[in-house]
Design a protein around this ligand. Structure first.
Ligand code: SF4
Ligand code: SF4
Length: 592
């Protein structure tokens, strides 16, 4: 039977068929759906959301050492968080097969940078595979598990957004029941004290030689002979683009196993073709190694190393051809930058915070990052997960030292607080700065598509579990001043800011209200008095001051000729933020 599956769905199916027993991840686009799809196999696979990628990789490594086939998945920047156990796993090796998935995001569709994680495989000295479509993605999970166990190495599976999210046909197979391997205590392998690690480094280098032999032999790296005037070496989604452009007018060396590279195979292929191109997305990972081996090739001197590749770019770069495109009137396309949703509790929070003078706002990664966009403009920095609190702390230490009057407000989401905010908050307490930390708790990991986390009270499979309490955690970390507020009550929010600004010690404000798009859980229904409704502008009363427009709610629009604002009933959820800011009480609630 064949099914039309995304790459992420295919990986979940591949993991099931490969007999894995354990999987963990922190949600991150474009990798999130791998675990969501693995959750379906709860009879066979223990699948879990971890609070961050480091924990996910460490848990998967633990399960592997115990003897189970295991997997951890993350987006590319997640591997930075997990880099510590990742590099160590390259030394310990595995017992049950271990596959670590990195889903890279060329084009920065939903990320803070565009790193090419193929270099991690080389840096960490582990095997790497790169599928080009969903069928390969499924097959490669099983093959990667076998490589992992045969060569005693974790295998990095590198995906990109197009492979993760595009669909292609996949042959569905049966699960292979792979027994858990016996666990044996082995200090010389799993106990990375310096004396042990020294010996393991020698083994890692020996392993790399064996892996290169395998790379030259495996069918994962295959040649497709056509016209020999042009030869193309490619991997991942870039191979599909090259094939679409050159069809049978070129020969291909398609690389599925990309660390170590099959240098003998590459040399033989290069000798047979007249002109050699390396077509790869982002960095010259293959090209650099091919050139270092003394083989002449054309690559990044023509193909850009920024943003996502596509067949048009490959064609234009290598053949100088412009594709015909349909002309359209660009002025009729609305420029719609990302914005906080209508009724988003973060919007009210940032609206109130943006009024504060002499304030530096350090932000974090999540949908609340949009608090920095127009018209709210309520953010100064966004660096990486958890950095809002630590960057804020660093600034505050300087502000204190230079006797400046500014205050620092660090803004972080609930899931991000659990991910890596807690240790930063401990630093604030330990090193005595007086930052105001605001945890925007919208009761879900909203930006990646509403995944549960330790604070929601539910597991990946939706089973009720112990709910982590942010206020209690903050107090346990040493914060003595903690307040929880409803951000949709602006007076309450203002009072909380006044209170925090008046303190000369660190404080935490928890802005707690469910995401406007959230399907309320049983816990939420008990806690929040939530009644969806609609608001309406009384055109007679409206004086056209645009204060409601400045909240940035996408449900509000302004008629320039009539100089009146109105509310789109289809978008409005009745959060009443605009109602609270209108100076002439022109906005009122009109029911559901
Ligand atoms: S009540 Fe006002 S601010 Fe809230 S969603 Fe409706 S229009 Fe937007
Ligand atoms: S805040 Fe009130 S008066 Fe001002 S534009 Fe909006 S509805 Fe009209």
């Amino acid at each position: 039977m064949r099914k039309l599956l995304t790459g992420n769905e295919a990986i979940a199916l591949g993991a099931y068929e490969a007999g894995i027993h354990y999987a963990a991840a922190y949600p991150g686009t474009p990798s999130t759906e791998i675990l969501e799809n693995l959750a379906k196999y709860k009879e066979e696979i223990i699948a879990e959301w971890a609070p961050n990628e480091k924990v996910a990789v460490e848990s998967a490594l633990g399960a592997s050492i115990y003897g189970a086939r295991s997997l951890a998945a993350m987006k590319h920047v997640g591997l930075n968080v997990a880099a510590d156990p990742f590099f160590s796993s390259g030394y310990t090796g595995v017992n049950g097969g271990l596959v670590l998935i990195t889903a890279d995001d060329p084009g920065l569709h939903s990320s803070q940078n565009e790193q090419d994680n193929r270099y991690y495989a080389k840096f960490g000295k582990v095997a790497m595979v790169e599928p080009s479509d969903s069928q390969e993605a499924k097959n490669m999970v099983k093959i990667a598990m076998e490589i992992s166990e045969k060569f005693d190495t974790p295998v990095l599976m590198r995906l990109t957004t197009r492979v993760c999210h595009s669909k292609s046909l996949v042959e569905v197979g049966e699960r292979e029941e792979v027994p858990i391997r016996p666990y044996k205590k082995n200090l010389g392998k799993y106990y990375l004290a310096p004396a042990v690690a020294k010996q393991l480094h020698v083994k890692v280098e020996e392993r790399l030689k064996k892996l290169e032999e395998f790379s030259n032999e495996t069918d994962l790296n295959y040649v497709e002979w056509n016209d020999k005037k042009i030869g193309i070496i490619s991997s991942g989604i870039a191979f599909q683009y090259a094939k679409e452009v050159f069809k049978d007018k070129a020969s291909y060396l398609k690389l599925g196993f990309t660390n170590p590279l099959p240098m003998d195979k590459i040399k033989k292929f290069a000798e047979e073709v007249e002109t050699l191109y390396v077509v790869e997305e982002l960095e010259p990972f293959i090209e650099e190694q091919v050139k270092a081996a003394g083989i002449d090739c054309i690559g990044k001197d023509k193909i850009p190393n920024v943003w996502e590749l596509n067949p048009e770019i490959v064609e234009k770069s290598l053949l100088g051809k412009e594709r015909e495109v349909i002309e359209y009137d660009k002025s009729i396309v609305v420029n719609r930058p990302p914005t906080l949703c209508a009724g988003c509790p973060h919007r009210a929070f940032f609206y109130e915070l943006s009024k504060r003078k002499d304030t530096i706002i350090t932000g974090d990664i999540g949908c609340y990052t949009l608090g920095g966009a127009e018209p709210l403009n309520a953010m100064d920095t966004t660096i990486c997960m958890g950095a809002s609190i630590s960057a804020g702390h660093g600034m505050e230490r300087l502000i204190d030292g230079y006797d400046d009057n500014k205050r620092v407000v660090s803004v972080i989401g609930d899931s991000t607080f659990f991910h890596s905010g807690m240790t930063s908050l401990l630093d604030v307490v330990y090193n005595k700065s007086n930052t105001i930390t605001c945890v925007l708790d919208n009761r879900i990991t909203a930006m990646t598509g509403h995944q549960d986390h330790p604070g929601t009270g539910y597991t990946l499979q939706g089973e009720p579990t112990k709910m982590a309490n942010i206020a209690e955690i903050a107090k346990a970390l040493g914060i003595e001043h903690v307040k929880t507020v409803n951000p949709l009550e602006l007076k309450e929010l203002k009072a909380a800011f006044d209170w925090a600004y008046s303190l000369d010690e660190p404080s935490v404000i928890i802005s707690r209200w469910p995401c406007a798009l959230k399907r309320l859980s049983e816990y939420d229904k008990k806690e929040f008095d939530y009644k969806p409704g609609k608001c309406e502008v009384d055109q007679e009363k409206c004086i056209g001051c645009k204060i409601c427009v400045n909240t940035g709610c996408p449900a509000i629009y302004f008629d320039k000729e009539a100089k009146k604002s109105s509310i789109n009933a289809a978008q409005c959820v009745g959060c009443e933020l605009c109602m609270q800011v209108c100076p002439v009480k022109a906005i009122s609630e009109v029911g559901e």
